[in-house]
Each structure stands twice: as structure tokens, then as C-alpha cells.
Design a protein around this ligand. Sequence first.
Ligand SMILES: [Zn+2]
Ligand SMILES: [Zn+2]
Length: 173
Amino acid sequence: MSTADVRKDWDTYFMDIAYMVSTRSRCSRRHVGAVLVQGKKLLGTAYNGAPMGVPDCSEAGCMISEEYELVVTDGQEEMVKKQRCIRTIHAEQNLLLFTDRIDREGSSVYVTDEPCWTCSNMLANSGITEIVFHRPYPKDTGKVTNMMKQKGITFRQLGNYQPPRETMMTVSD
Ligand SMILES: [Zn+2]
Ligand SMILES: [Zn+2]
């Protein structure tokens, strides 16, 4: 089979777009992209960033918050101090701010990273019925998965997926 015969499936197609969108992010710690898809139509794109007109991470530096977080390694629970940038509005939240409710009803969200608890909570109330993500974010997986089940929202990770090479940016974490 020549490469010309390889047509991208829809999951790959929309996740590739989410990764392209993520390259717009100016946060050096995390580049997240999200797209809204109704049927096979692209109805919105968003990435994580500071509010418009406010200096972003590349201009003002990341706004670091430290918090302790429960990490389970081989059954051992441990409180680990983590640093996060809180300057940005998360991609999923920006997607909700810049799309209409009617466009979200019954729609899917493709997002490069597994949504955090707050974003998941908001997405669960936004009208969408499916969330597809690529990179795992284990911190909130347990409670997020549980809630999605309660809400009847399909929540799935894209396995065997390779992001477009040009969207891979070096991030410090
Ligand atoms: Zn930042
Ligand atoms: Zn989030």
C-alpha cells in the first residue's frame, strides 16, 4: 500500500487539528489544543492561554502555583508537591467561551490532553456527549471517568496515535 492510499480516519483527522491548534499556546509548560466537532463538522477551536489583552506566559512568565497532590505508585500513596501554571484559561474552557450551546448539543470534543477535573465538570454540563483525548493526565482520571459514566458521556483515549511531528514542542514541566 503506498502512502497515497492511506486516508486519515476521522479520529486522527480531528486530533491532528487539535495538535495544530495547541501550537498557538504561549505557555512554556503546557500546550493544549481542543476542537469542537458536530457530526463531521469542525465548529470551534481553542488552546490554553491568558485572557485576550493580558500579558501571556511568553511575555510575563508562567504564574506558578504549588500544590500537594496524591500520587499512587505501585499501590503506595504519597503526597507530592507539584507546580502548575495558573495564568492560562484551559483550552476546554476557552472552547466553551467561544462556542454556542446549540453547536455543542450532541457534539464531540477532541483535546490533546486528558481534561482536568474542573474542565471535565464544565464539559459535562455543556451539551457535548463525547470527549476524545490523547495524552493522559492521571491526576483526575478516577473521578473524571466516574462522572462521565454517570452523565453518559463517552470518554475515550486515542490509542496508537502519533501527533504530527511539527506540532511537538519542547515544554518544561
Ligand atoms: Zn504558563
Ligand atoms: Zn482543565
